[in-house]
Design a protein around this ligand. Structure first.
Ligand SMILES: NC(=O)c1ccc[n+]([C@@H]2O[C@H](COP(=O)([O-])OP(=O)(O)OC[C@H]3O[C@@H](n4cnc5c(N)ncnc54)[C@H](O)[C@@H]3O)[C@@H](O)[C@H]2O)c1
Length: 424
């Protein structure tokens, strides 16, 4: 057999999908097909208040299933909130789970599925170097994901993310076995999403698409064996295709979805964009903006955004977007054509900058300003004196930084954080 030094193989995994207005009302039939008779719905109080989890429960009960609802997921889950959910779920035997909500609810459902199906503590499965990175011993129970934000793409990804309160760091579990068995994406569920949540979760979609599109190509990684091949394998022709389609839809619909909430066409485009971006980044991976987003969210002091539970919190989508303009200025030399193509897909009629390196950062900054994203890390409470600690936090995300298209050291990250204090 020929010996290759570099990777020649990439993998692409996905989740069966049911998409469209009204899709959620068919969930009883879909659960029946998965062979689940007793299911636990996992959601957060805000989503529960929208009535959607009850609607899902009614549809499942009408199909003859036994259903209970757990509605105490923490928005931006933590090790503590997860332990509470696992304790609740562990009181009964479930054949399957339904995560109803944004990434917070769906990620909690993924971790509950793992930790109630197999022995072991959360720490055993968390990504290295924070946890032991243990592989789930076998397949998990059926998990149907019903996203109510157009954002994380968690319905199609192999990861879940949470805050470790003691360590003040965000990390997660990453393994293909975590993928839901079915995603049911119904854009009608996002019509009442508050503008601030629409903007933040949409920026998460945009960063997924841009980061996976500009990620280090799979063929630039060292050759893996089938056992060691990672879930995030770098940009590849299949993920690229999803990322490009996602960028085109975001360019067409994002502003309208935020500024005219009840616009079903824009909501449908953004839901599709989130699903497409999930299909891309869920395989290729994300890099610097997400690595920087983790300490920006984890070190929050007193920033309390509108539209979220009233507690200090930098929503995930805001946290990952704040360093995006500076990042794409930094990565531009690795593949100028890709950066320009991304800007073109997002804003076909944008004014051409005399310095092409500025084209994508400018398109991003203009969009972020229009939809009300805070103007840089200063606007969510960080000062120059926080830079070293932010850099230390970002450096812990080696799994993500390894997917960046060029090597990134502490000095590079410090420059990116400094440039991102204000974005316009
Ligand atoms: N697993 C992954 O692949 C992945 C990827 C990116 C982010 N994440 C994680 O996902 C979380 C963020 O998820 P998110 O941005 O989807 O938001 P979210 O789940 O945190 O929800 C944000 C807020 O919107 C409310 N909300 C959600 N849907 C609603 C609706 N239809 N109507 C009214 N209110 C609604 C919630 O109650 C909450 O207050 C973070 O913890 C992040 O780390 C996971």
């Amino acid at each position: 057999m020929t010996e290759y030094l570099n990777e020649t193989v990439f993998t692409w995994g996905g989740v069966p999908l049911k998409f469209g207005a009204g899709a959620v009302d068919e969930i009883g039939y879909d659960l029946g097909q998965q062979g689940a008779a007793r299911v636990l719905i996992i959601t957060d109080p805000g989503v529960a208040g929208s009535g959607v989890p009850q609607r899902v429960a009614d549809a499942a009960k009408a199909a003859g299933l036994t259903v209970e609802v757990y509605d105490r997921v923490h928005v931006e889950p933590t090790d503590e909130s997860l332990a509470e959910a696992v304790e609740f779920a562990g009181r009964s035997a479930w054949d399957g789970f339904i995560g109803v909500g944004g990434g917070s609810a769906i990620d909690t459902a993924k971790a509950v599925n793992l930790l109630t199906t197999y022995p072991g503590e959360l720490h055993d499965y968390l990504n290295k170097p924070i946890g032991h990175g243990r592989t789930p011993p076998g397949p998990l129970k059926p998990l149907v994901a019903v996203p109510t934000t157009a954002g994380t793409g968690s319905e199609s990804t192999p990861v879940c993310v949470l805050d470790l309160l003691g360590l003040k760091v965000k990390t997660g579990i990453s393994h293909p076995r975590l993928r839901p068995t079915l995603a049911v994406a119904d854009p009608l569920l996002t019509l009442d999403l508050p503008p601030v949540v629409t903007a933040a979760s949409g920026m998460d979609v945009l960063c997924h698409a841009l980061e996976s599109y500009t990620a280090k190509p799979y063929s630039a990684f060292p050759r893996h064996s089938p056992e060691t091949r990672v879930a995030y394998c770098g940009s590849n022709p299949i993920s690229d295709m999803w990322a490009e389609q996602s960028l085109r839809l975001i360019g067409r619909a994002f502003r309208a979805a935020v500024l005219t909430g009840g616009n079903l066409a824009a909501r449908t485009d953004m839901m599709l964009a989130a699903t497409f971006a999930g299909m891309g980044f869920g395989n290729a991976g994300v890099h610097i903006p997400h690595a920087c987003g983790y300490p920006i969210a984890g070190m929050v002091r007193d920033y309390v955004p509108d539209g979220y539970p009233p507690e200090p919190l930098v929503p995930h989508g805001q946290s990952v977007s704040l360093t995006a303009p500076a990042t794409f200025r930094f990565t531009y030399p690795t593949d100028p054509d890709r950066h320009l193509r991304a800007a073109e897909l997002l804003a076909p009629s944008a004014v051409r900058r005399s310095d092409p390196r500025e084209q994508l950062p400018a398109v991003l900054a203009e969009l972020m300003r229009d939809i009300g994203i805070p103007n840089g890390t200063a606007a969510v409470g960080y000062t120059e004196t926080d830079t070293d600690q932010l850099v230390t936090g970002a450096l812990k995300q080696q799994r993500l930084l390894n997917v960046a298209p060029r090597a990134v050291d502490a000095e590079d990250l410090a420059a990116i954080f400094r440039e991102s204090r204000t974005n316009w």
